[in-house]
Design a protein. Structure first.
Length: 268
């Protein structure tokens, strides 16, 4: 695809869901990475301008071309990391699950060089009036890999609403190898400062096992979760104690359900 063809294509009113648009990121990347033919490089400002338009237009729905979208964005980041971070964050609240995962990986990578820019971009997506709801229902594990202090500073700067929107993504309490109950620093900070807010607490509880997959002896796995929670009943933070009580009750109910289900299936 020539520069002129790319320019004409992007100037037209294109619907992101169309197959021709979804193939564009791959075609652009092939243009800049091919070993022979007309030399096209991101060193050329006009090519970068076209590439930025491609990744920005495709951020919410790139279809099957998420891999190539991410490759282009990764290459562009060296020229304008904050802008690349904003595009990646926009991909978090789009329609593609794979693209959401790729966007998260990119933000972690960008945070290694500029954690502030990565967090500000993520924060814009989290607080987005139309797309921020994704963080109330989805699972964005990459947030746990961002610098803890950077995330804490952003939450503190934006207050309780930011805490509500990110509470479902907080890292879960766990036991150390010697059995000591551990609450990760980010989770501890949010619950200490905002845990009395009912929405913050509900989102944290809902996020501990959000979209978690179970295989094999599911009843035993739930029982094990309850056993872990018992270690937190005396933790010196009321919100963690309350979470532990709810976790134990839910684990017992889930274990009983799955044992009954297994018994009924064995009869059949």
């Amino acid at each position: 695809m020539s520069r002129r063809a790319l320019g004409l294509f992007l100037a037209a009113p294109v619907e992101p869901g169309r197959h021709t648009f979804q193939s564009l990121p791959r075609r652009v990347y092939n243009c800049i990475s091919r070993p022979e033919g007309t030399a096209i490089s991101f060193e050329q400002s006009e090519i970068r301008a076209v590439a930025w338009k491609v990744v920005e237009k495709a951020a919410r729905n790139v279809g099957r071309e998420s891999f190539w979208w991410a490759k282009i964005l990764e290459s562009l980041a060296r020229y304008d990391l904050p802008r690349a971070a904003r595009v990646a964050a926009d991909g978090l609240i789009g329609e593609g699950i794979v693209q959401q995962e790729d966007a998260g990986k990119l933000l972690v990578q960008f945070a290694e060089n500029d954690p502030g820019a990565a967090m500000e971009a993520l924060g814009t997506a989290v607080m987005d009036e139309k797309g921020g709801w994704h963080f109330f229902v989805g699972r964005y594990d990459f947030i746990k890999r961002l610098p803890t202090r950077t995330v804490i500073n952003w939450i503190d700067a934006h207050g309780v609403e930011a805490a509500r929107r990110i509470a479902r993504q907080l890292p879960s309490p766990y036991l150390s190898p010697d059995g000591t109950p551990i609450v990760p620093p980010l989770t501890l900070h949010v619950l200490k400062k905002f845990g009395e807010d009912k929405r913050v607490f509900r989102e944290f509880v809902a996020g501990v096992h959000n979209l978690q997959m179970y295989m094999g002896d599911i009843a035993s796995q739930h029982e094990h979760e309850g056993e872990i929670a018992t270690k937190f009943l005396d933790y010196p933070l009321p919100q963690i104690q309350e979470w532990a009580r709810l976790e134990i009750l839910d684990a017992e109910a889930q274990a009983n359900f799955w044992r009954d289900w297994e018994a009924e299936r064995s009869i059949e």
